[in-house]
Design a protein around this ligand. Sequence first.
Ligand code: GLV
Ligand code: GLV
Length: 321
Amino acid sequence: ASPRIVVTREIPQAALDLLREVGDVWWPQPDRALSPSELHEVVACADAVVSTLQDRIDAAFADAAGPSLRVVSTVAVGYDNIDVPALTSRGIVVTNTPGVLTDATADLAFGLLLAVTRRLGEGERLLRSRTPWSFHLGFMLGSGLQGKTLGIVGLGQIGRAMARRALAFGMDIRYSGRRRADEAIERELGATYLPFEELLSSSDVVSLHCPLTASTHHLIDADALARMKPSAYLINTTRGPVVDESALAKALADGAIAGAGLDVFENEPEVHPDLLELDNVALAPHLGSATVETRTAMATLAARNAVAVLSGEQPPTPVRG
Ligand code: GLV
Ligand code: GLV
């Protein structure tokens, strides 16, 4: 029989076409988020599942799919929603989509940095509220980036792409992470490795590019925020739970830090109500990889991963579990 492929959210046609060449493809039509129980129902007897970061992929999911399941291919670089050991111990291959969303995500992170330091959202809200205004020399002053230091937490592909953008804006780069980057990378970026706490206390902007894991959950908590300069900004485009959102809202309200740019939230799609009241935070609804080009590349790579496993080949980008 032809393999049964379940796609949990609608994906671009080019990716569906690749999957259709090797199996029978099911996806929700019209497109909608499947509830956990619906997800468990639709994956029964699937050979391959193409999933998104909203799906909880754990032992119960694997049990619901049954022994036919050979591959879970997530259309995302982050896979904190997947219990990788629970799957690999059952012989199920897990794949993700690194690389293809690096530039789009770094662009968005830099966009949020500009938005918060130059008060773009605040300015737009002012105009849309039809409040009278006029140009004057002290009007809505922001903070310049040139000569400032960017502290990157996690110098992976996206962290490095963020660093390159910041270099072009005249910023100095430092970073922290589980391990030091290669010397060649440090040299290219002029990046200095610092212990995390020193990075926090010495950076004008802290940008998070580490994955969400047990050890990065609430990495930015009240303590970490207290170490940052009152003039510093925090940018988060990785996963919401890396930041203690209530502690951040309090730090922003108290002036403990100057501002934040957030693309991800602790309880997505909820946004902490206090953040919505603050002018010194730029908000985006998880748009890091949201370009036509990038989403097509992500879905196509995810499809190629699934097709490879179904064909008994090495997938291009497996998650090493
Ligand atoms: C998006 O957030 C991703 O992990 O690809
Ligand atoms: C993403 O591809 C990363 O390694 O940061």
